[in-house]
Ligand binder design. Structure first.
Ligand SMILES: [Fe+2]
Length: 215
């Protein structure tokens, strides 16, 4: 079972790498991809993690079922296979400073699982975190910023994003979003749940700073 978990997770990471190799266009994105590729995906380099299936299993399956983009099918298949073999949790505010005031919609509506990470990842990396990030429908994930550069591979349709408090823009399923350190960003999830691949390559122990801007 343990070996199977590792194999399924490794397969997913390999498919994410393949997708990013084909679709990253900016130097900063390529640099993050190169850092992901330095992670040793051997069984000697795994964290001691405890399986924790996602509480929002049905919602994540729904998000997966809505991924129709042809190029994302290998990633979709790999996520489906390892969905119950990861350590899922939710951010109850630990990514934020104490009493940040992050909304209860976010607290109750998010889930994440790390594929690579210092302690919660299936595979170990001192700094880099690569994971899956999920949000329930109709959530306004408020403007925030952080010291870590960030790469998102957006798997879902129907989510709007804004950067530096600019205009809202729709991002397509399959789009790659790069946030340089301390660039503010926010999201509004539409009627369908949001699923993404997410990466913080370094400064991944630094907290997010919430910016209380109006919708
Ligand atoms: Fe972020």
């Amino acid at each position: 079972m343990f070996k199977r978990n590792l194999r399924l997770t490794k397969n997913l990471i390999v498919e994410i790498i393949k997708y990013l190799e084909k679709n990253t266009t900016h130097l900063a994105e390529t640099k993050i991809l190169e850092l992901i590729k330095t992670t040793d995906l051997d069984k000697q380099n795994c964290n001691h993690w405890k399986l924790s299936p996602p509480l929002k299993h049905k919602s994540i399956q729904k998000a997966l079922s809505l991924i129709t983009t042809e190029d994302l099918q290998p990633i979709k298949k790999c996520i489906s296979l390892c969905l119950s073999h990861l350590m899922w949790g939710s951010d109850d505010g630990e990514f934020y400073e104490k009493n940040s005031g992050i909304s209860s919609d976010y607290i109750n509506g998010n889930m994440n699982a790390e594929l690579i990470g210092p302690s919660r990842g299936v595979f170990k990396n001192k700094q880099l975190r690569l994971g899956l990030f999920f949000l329930d429908p109709n959530i306004f994930y408020e403007d925030h910023k952080h010291a870590a550069p960030e790469l998102y591979l957006n798997l879902s349709e129907g989510t709007k994003w804004r950067f530096n408090s600019g205009n809202w823009m729709q991002k397509k399923s399959g789009s790659i979003i790069y946030n340089k350190p301390f660039r503010s960003h926010a999201m509004i999830v539409g009627a369908a749940p949001f699923l993404s691949v997410w990466c913080w390559p370094y400064n991944s122990d630094r907290k997010c700073i919430l910016l209380k801007n109006n919708l």
